[in-house]
Design a protein around this ligand. Structure first.
Ligand SMILES: NC(=O)c1ccc[n+]([C@@H]2O[C@H](COP(=O)([O-])OP(=O)(O)OC[C@H]3O[C@@H](n4cnc5c(N)ncnc54)[C@H](OP(=O)(O)O)[C@@H]3O)[C@@H](O)[C@H]2O)c1
Length: 299
């Protein structure tokens, strides 16, 4: 007779094929489940969750067939990763702080837990939940490094707009050297990937911010001032912006302008025009960096 599983967040019941119920295996460990079921003719078990939820009864056939990914978090990267996995038809579950089941419960039967939450919260969540294996824990911070999880930083911007599958497939992932390779972390994906030394992750991530976030801030300033101060629609700047990006990837000497030409009077005019603006200090910092960085001057 098949019994009714215990529906709570902390215990699971095992339903071997002989229809008996093995109640109350401790939750969260597939290895634990398997050994607990060792005395049965065991081909499958169900992890029971609150009735009516998607965790109601999750089958783990042969003791090993696991859900490939649990995507944790509901921020920007989480939305993109869920979209990418769906486009690739890779199975995943999702959990965030508003979910009706506990994280311990959601982790059961999962092969890889993708921890896509704020950098500052990554280590405390890992400290609480990632001391048992499986699942394999992976976070996507470009800066954090910890023995409690692998890391794979997607070298791309993820905002509100979702991308198409070709864009996602081109996203490079940066993992840590000396740790598990990208193919272990995402066996279903074929993205380009590279490794960096864990000690170098802060400078790697600082470079990402300089190149991505700070150029975005600069262009946001340009667009805003163009419309508010000059009365020129921002779209007039789009071809200029596109050529800046194109020259950076195609030209050996992409930098032009008064600094390269040595037009110091023009630079002084610019600084006077920006006087009192928060970006006056930004402009001065760029002038200083250019003049003290011989590699930049040579390129
Ligand atoms: N966005 C990008 O372009 C990008 C690119 C590469 C890598 N990453 C990495 O991806 C990760 C997520 O970044 P994001 O841009 O997606 O951030 P985000 O949009 O700001 O979202 C952060 C999420 O973290 C959740 N969170 C914070 N503390 C938590 C905790 N203690 N427990 C559970 N959830 C918690 C928040 O949940 P609530 O909503 O419940 O507050 C929020 O949904 C970070 O490690 C980041 O470095 C992001």
């Amino acid at each position: 007779m098949r019994g009714d599983p215990q529906y709570d967040d902390t215990r699971v019941d095992c339903l071997p094929v002989d229809d008996t119920v093995v109640p109350g295996h401790s939750h969260g460990s597939i290895q634990g489940l398997q050994s607990a079921c060792g005395s049965h003719t065991f081909k499958g078990c169900a992890i029971a969750g609150p009735r009516g939820t998607k965790y109601d009864r999750r089958l783990i056939w042969d003791g090993y067939s696991m859900i490939p990914y649990l995507v944790i978090g509901r921020g920007r990267l989480s939305r993109h990763v869920q979209h990418y996995l769906a486009l690739e038809a890779v199975e995943f579950e999702h959990w965030d702080r508003t979910s009706e089941v506990s994280l311990e419960h959601a982790l059961a039967g999962v092969r890889t837990a993708l921890l896509l939450i704020s950098d500052d919260a990554v280590e405390s969540v890992l400290d609480r939940y990632a001391r048992q294996q499986p699942p394999l824990w992976v976070h996507c911070s470009g800066c954090v490094t910890t023995p409690l999880a692998e890391s794979a930083h997607p070298l791309m911007l993820f905002g509100e707009e979702l991308y198409d599958i070709d864009t996602y497939r081109r996203v490079p992932f940066i993992t840590e050297s000396g740790r598990r390779p990208f193919s272990d972390l995402f066996p279903e994906l074929r993205n380009p990937h590279a490794t960096v030394e864990p000690d170098l992750k802060p400078i790697y991530h600082a470079l990402c911010s300089l190149g991505g976030n700070f150029t975005t801030m600069l262009w946001q300033k340009v667009f805003a001032e163009s419309e508010a101060t000059l009365g020129v629609d921002r779209t007039m700047f789009f071809p200029y912006l596109e050529q800046v990006a194109r020259n950076l990837t195609t030209c050996k000497t992409p930098l032009t302008g008064p600094l390269v030409r040595g037009d110091d009077k023009t630079v002084e005019h610019h600084l006077r025009a920006l006087s009192g603006d928060p970006f006056e200090a930004v402009y001065r910092a760029f002038v200083s960096a250019y003049r003290s960085d011989s590699a930049l001057r040579a390129s």
